[in-house]
Design a protein around this ligand. Structure first.
Ligand SMILES: [Cu+2]
Length: 649
């Protein structure tokens, strides 16, 4: 069966057609061509804004003001973003599901495809009407942004010749480029999906007037990019590469990049040679402005306060400071002073992305760094984020270290920490459909076209944690991290170096009875990860069968579970594995967490369940590691991560 996004279909508990009923489980596919006659813009009474947003969009549409179809779309392009947000504004103000779907189907016909897909995805993620909707994996919806151009060309040829095809995807570049050893990480379709989905859950343009507040958005921005940064360094270690050096505005960008990726409309993603020196980018930013903004932020960190747009001082030398700094650095609409602190991250993405053609002489489309789907393909993404991560570290290092009294959980001790099963990573082939990569042409039927790509996975394992509770029954938070034992020169990390490089593996709550509790926690249960969303084909099939198993795919925001462990090596890459068991009643921001195994670590809806800062208790500097080594509710062991067999390039 070929599942092509030809028709608008909403499956409701396995039945097609009824667009009105709201039920608990749906797969929404409004991405293809629709019999437009069936759908119209809903009437004014169907909107919570009285139809203001839809009137504005229809007006611009009728006046021919909107971006044409079959043109590339970039969220960092102000015009493109504004148009996508006009549609988002329409959808988020729909009062009922029928209006939501009707509008989606109608504007799918009229608007630019990229704007449409973006607006629809973000609306489904944020609208309360679409709470239990499962969205298809983006790599099957917009395969161009995830797949190498060589394979896309083969897909077109297969369609032309009317011959089904299954094509192998290889990672970009050759072994002459050491960076290619870790291309499996930056080019992983699941990692790219994680990154783009996170930015949809926490958009920088989010305004609380849309209906809800995004809890700890700025801190979350810091944390997911910090995790990407330390993960990439761990992958490099396993592949005998030095850690990423931070980007510096006054130094050349050492590594060039040839993306081998193409837009569906608008040509190839531009390349950048090695050792390019930063140049001002016309109509975007001058390098010295980047330096000025950076120094204002560093100044705020040194002072311990920021100045808001009215000149008031806001203290950041506390636990909440990281959240404000994240808002400022990204920057998001939550930034208290964009005028002064600028938008370091967003502007840097564009400036870096355009270094191949800074003066716009060659009329090139935006670079990979200007799309969240493609950004991590370019190794300079990680240089940029190392640079910002070090700014965040400057702030964290200014906070007073935790004392033993801060971290203790009186009467509770961890007596045993062990891994059941071997920690072993491996590469497997993964196949996905390219049917949406090729154009539709009247009279030319579809044929099955797919690609398969090697991707990192790991064997399942279980953490065993024995906890002794000297008191009455109580709630505990269990936090598990790991960091590489040695650096790239084989020198052991100090505790303080290690903890900053810690990879978050899991966080969950348990109820401890008096006496001993043996906790068995499976790798598949990790709350920092999500399972792979099934293919469009399988989503359709599962929805038709009733959709009972689809609930776990409602949020696709976390890291793919198969990415939980960094790649090991033949001899076993050494890691320090630590667990901290802290006071659950003091930590939890919502009740009954120990009964809730479903919560998504990164989800944006409602209050984040853990009151502690991300990375707690390893988020602050540790001048004396005895604080941890003497802590009964903390356990520290060494483990090895293996990867046998060949590394696939
Ligand atoms: Cu990002």
């Amino acid at each position: 069966m070929i599942v092509k996004l030809h028709a608008l279909r909403v499956y409701i508990d396995g039945t097609t057609g009824s667009l009105v009923t709201i039920s608990t489980m749906r797969v929404l596919v409004v991405l293809g061509l629709v019999a437009a006659a069936a759908f119209q813009v809903a009437s004014a009474g169907s909107y919570s804004d009285g139809g203001a947003a839809v009137q504005k969009l229809v007006q611009d549409l009728n006046d021919g003001k909107l971006l044409e179809q079959k043109h590339w779309f970039s969220l960092f392009n102000t015009r493109h973003r504004n148009e996508a947000l006009m549609l988002f504004d329409v959808l988020i103000h729909c009062k009922d599901w029928a209006s939501f779907v009707g509008n989606a189907a109608y504007f799918r016909q009229k608007m630019n495809e990229g704007e449409f897909v973006y607006a629809l995805y973000v609306a489904v993620i944020h609208s309360s009407l679409a709470e239990h909707v499962v969205l298809p994996p983006l790599y099957e919806v917009t395969p161009h942004l995830f797949t190498n151009s060589e394979v896309i060309e083969e897909a077109y040829r297969a369609k032309q010749k009317q011959t089904p095809g299954k094509f192998k995807s290889s990672f970009t570049g050759t072994k002459k480029n050491p960076e290619q050893r870790v291309a499996y990480f930056g080019e992983d379709i699941g990692l790219n999906t994680h990154h783009v989905t996170w930015h949809m859950e926490f958009p920088f343009w989010w305004n609380d007037a849309y209906g809800h507040h995004l809890d700890r958005k700025g801190e979350n921005f810091f944390w997911i990019h910090h995790q990407l940064t330390v993960r990439f360094d761990a992958e490099r270690l396993s592949n005998y590469l030095d850690p990423v050096g931070e980007l510096q505005w006054n130094k050349p960008i050492v590594d060039g990049f040839a993306p081998h990726t193409t837009y569906k409309y608008g040509g190839q993603f531009p390349a950048r040679p090695d050792n390019v020196k930063f140049e001002d980018v016309d109509d975007v930013a001058r390098i010295r402005d980047m330096v000025i903004v950076e120094s204002r932020i560093r100044d705020a960190i040194a002072h311990g306060y920021i100045v808001d747009s009215e000149g008031k001082h806001i203290d950041i030398s506390n636990e909440k400071g990281i959240d404000i700094l994240g808002d400022i650095i990204e920057s998001s609409l939550y930034s208290p002073n964009v005028q002064y602190y600028g938008a370091l991250h967003n502007t840097a993405h564009i400036v870096l992305g355009r270094q191949g053609d800074p003066h716009g002489k060659f009329d090139l489309p935006p670079g990979v760094l200007e799309h969240f789907e493609t950004a991590t393909r370019d190794p300079s993404f990680f240089r940029l984020h190392k640079y910002m991560d070090n700014i965040f570290k400057e702030h964290k290092d200014n906070l007073p270290p935790y004392t033993k009294a801060d971290l203790e959980f009186s009467g509770v001790s961890v007596t045993e920490l062990a891994v059941v099963g071997e920690l072993e990573t491996y590469f497997e082939d993964f196949e996905y459909s390219l049917i949406n990569a090729v154009d539709d042409a009247e009279g030319i039927p579809d044929v099955e076209i797919s690609t398969y790509v090697p991707r990192l996975n790991h064997k399942e394992f279980t953490f065993r944690i024995d906890v002794e509770n000297g008191g009455a029954e109580r709630l505990a938070t269990v936090r598990i991290f790991a960091w590489p034992h040695k650096d790239n020169n084989g020198i052991e990390y100090t505790f303080d170096e290690g903890r900053w490089n810690a990879i978050e593996l899991d966080k969950f709550w348990v109820s401890l009875k008096g006496g001993k509790t043996s906790i068995e926690r499976k790798s598949t249960e990790s709350s920092v990860t999500v399972p792979d969303v099934p293919s469009i084909h399988d989503l359709f099939a599962e929805a038709e069968a009733g959709g009972a198993g689809l609930a776990k795919f409602e949020s696709a925001t976390g890291l793919p579970n198969r990415f939980l462990l960094p790649k090991g090596n033949d001899r076993g890459l050494e890691f320090d594995l630590v667990v901290a068991v802290t006071d659950g009643d003091a930590d939890s921001a919502v009740p009954n967490l120990h009964e809730n195994t479903e919560y998504n670590h990164y989800g944006s809806h409602g209050v984040y369940p853990d009151k502690r800062p991300h990375g707690y208790p390893l988020d602050r500097k540790v001048p004396d590691e005895r604080v941890f080594e003497d802590l009964p509710n903390f356990k520290h062991i060494q483990v090895k991560v293996f990867n046998h067999g060949e590394h696939i390039h």
